[in-house]
Design a protein around this ligand. Structure first.
Ligand code: BES
Ligand code: MN
Ligand code: ZN
Length: 498
């Protein structure tokens, strides 16, 4: 919400105004322009480095104000660490850390001198990652603060000076679209639940038509006709009606099977009749983090005109206790025809996804389906906030996802599926029940979803621990993370665009 920095690329040159950012390796080695500035400072910079015992460790920053002999107001010296370990994930983090320092320093005009101490050309792809880190860290959610900070830092004008500025600038143009997708996802996760209901969320999806997506919104009657009894059963306790949003991006060849992404969009999860305890319940405004990632991804793919056919589906409901709410013991019939005994109304996400997944494979015959859902507390217990849980019926898809996680720093960890876990959700009264008992809760939730994917290659990402309230990171200080947008954009980019 705070003003974003403007980020541009320019041919390498010595900065003459504002703040200069110079990069050093693990031996405090500077590149050619950095060495020129070091000399021009007549020893001032070198002295500052040694006085601060600066070692060029990756992500370390030294802020030298008003250095003698230089026209610039300050020099930020940034460590790259060992150059061969400085990869895309490291570049992204470094951009984030640097943005933190730029905000602190209140610099309005900043020039990054991107050069390698060993004299080789600075990789334009790493430059674009640094830019992405700068932009993502700049994000702030202060929409509902009526008293703005007295003296907010200026929105910096940041120039990245690099040899191949054209190539870096082109990569950044695409990355900036991904950033816009992450920001959209964060905005939605951070938004208050009275303001963002299923209808309002669907409006956000519809608004993406301005970016070239086709968007279709199914309302209650449509879903009733389709037989979506599982999704509608969750919504029936809420005064706010459910929606299913279908967003289509046709950037590939007309006969290419689409890639389908499905998001859990529970705008607020009270637990329903199986109501949650009061402490921390406000966090359940973020129970639409999966849907937020999917809408953000679709925004990113359309924005950068990805050469792929992709469909995003959002299951949008509110889970409330009410005279009309569903009960433990109720039996609902899903669109697939399979019946479900409700044991716990707080295991609602899987009910929403059951119909959304069945609908997705039935209508679109996808190349694969990936769902994202803040599905289980059990997954957070297992993996904490640093990895999302990955479940899949397709090893090749799981491998690709894992690789995308490593490349983006949105890390995922695979957990098992199997027939013995599946037995845990057999029901005495219906085809299945919606909880699987005390143990393996993230797995039995995934087994449940698997019963609605048919033969389609499928992966499920349990993002309960990563979509919101994760620890502060280099690239995010707001509550909602936008987790999944960069991961899936990378999956698409690296594997499905020719
Ligand atoms: N939305 C929750 C899961 C969740 C918990 C997400 C904490 C993020 C943070 C989900 O709908 C839920 O309530 N799951 C239950 C399932 C249980 C009733 C089988 C859970 O994890 O306790
Ligand atoms: Mn729940
Ligand atoms: Zn939930």
């Amino acid at each position: 919400m705070a003003a974003l920095p403007t980020i541009s690329f320019a041919q390498s040159a010595l900065p003459e105004r504002g703040a200069a950012v110079l990069f050093v390796d693990a031996d405090n080695g500077f590149g050619p322009l950095g060495r020129q500035m070091l000399e021009a400072s007549g020893g001032a910079l070198a002295r500052a480095l040694s006085a601060a015992a600066f070692k060029g460790k990756v992500n370390s920053v030294l802020d030298v104000v008003a250095p003698a002999g230089l026209a610039v107001d300050r020099v930020l010296v940034v460590g790259l660490g060992a150059l061969d370990a400085f990869d895309a994930a490291a570049a992204l983090k470094l951009g984030g850390t640097l943005m933190g320092k730029i905000k602190e320093s209140r610099a309005a005009e900043v020039t990054l001198v991107l050069e390698r101490p060993d004299g080789e050309a600075f990789d334009p792809a790493l430059a674009a990652e640094i830019a992405l880190g700068l932009r993502l860290r700049a994000y702030e959610w202060d929409k509902h603060k009526t008293k703005k900070k007295d003296d907010p830092p200026p929105a910096a004008a940041i120039t990245l000076a690099i040899d191949d500025a054209d190539r870096a600038g082109g990569l950044w143009a695409a990355a900036a679209e991904v950033a816009a997708g992450v920001e959209l996802a964060r905005d939605l996760v951070n938004e208050a639940p009275n303001i963002l209901g299923p209808v309002e969320f669907a409006d956000h999806a519809k608004a993406l038509e301005a970016h070239g997506l086709e968007v279709e919104i199914l309302v209650d009657e449509d879903m009733r006709e389709l037989g979506m009894g599982a999704l509608l059963g969750v919504a029936q306790g809420s005064a706010r009606p459910a929606r299913l949003a279908i967003m289509t991006w046709n950037g590939g060849k007309s006969n290419d099977q689409p890639l389908v992404f499905v998001g859990k969009g529970v705008v607020f999860d009270t637990g329903g009749i199986s109501i949650k305890p009061a402490a921390g319940m406000e966090d359940m405004k973020g129970d639409m983090g999966g849907a937020a990632a999917v809408i953000g991804l679709m925004r990113a793919l359309a924005g950068r005109k990805a050469a792929v056919n992709a469909i995003g589906i959002l299951g949008l409901v509110e889970n409330m206790p009410d005279g009309n709410a569903q009960r433990p013991g109720d039996i609902v019939t899903s669109m697939s025809g399979q019946t479900i005994e409700i044991i716990n109304t707080d295991a609602e996400g899987r009910l929403v996804l059951a119909d959304a997944l069945w609908y997705a494979q039935d209508r679109f015959k996808p190349a694969f389906m990936i769902d994202l859902a803040t599905l289980t507390g059990a997954c957070m217990v297992a993996l904490g906030t640093q990895h999302a849980g990955l479940f899949s019926n397709d090893d090749a898809l799981a491998e690709k996802l894992y690789g995308a996680g490593q490349a983006t720093g949105e890390k995922i960890w695979r957990l098992p599926l199997g027939p013995d876990y599946d037995k845990q959700i057999d029901s005495r009264f219906a085809d299945m029940k919606n909880t699987g008992g005390r143990y393996g809760g993230a797995i039995t939730a995934a087994q449940f979803l698997k019963r609605f994917v048919n033969e389609t290659p499928w992966a499920h990402l349990d993002v309960a621990g990563t979509a919101m309230a994760a620890a502060d990171s280099e690239i995010n200080r707001s509550w909602g993370s936008g987790f999944g947008v960069r991961l899936l954009d990378r999956l698409v980019r690296d594997n499905y665009e020719s």
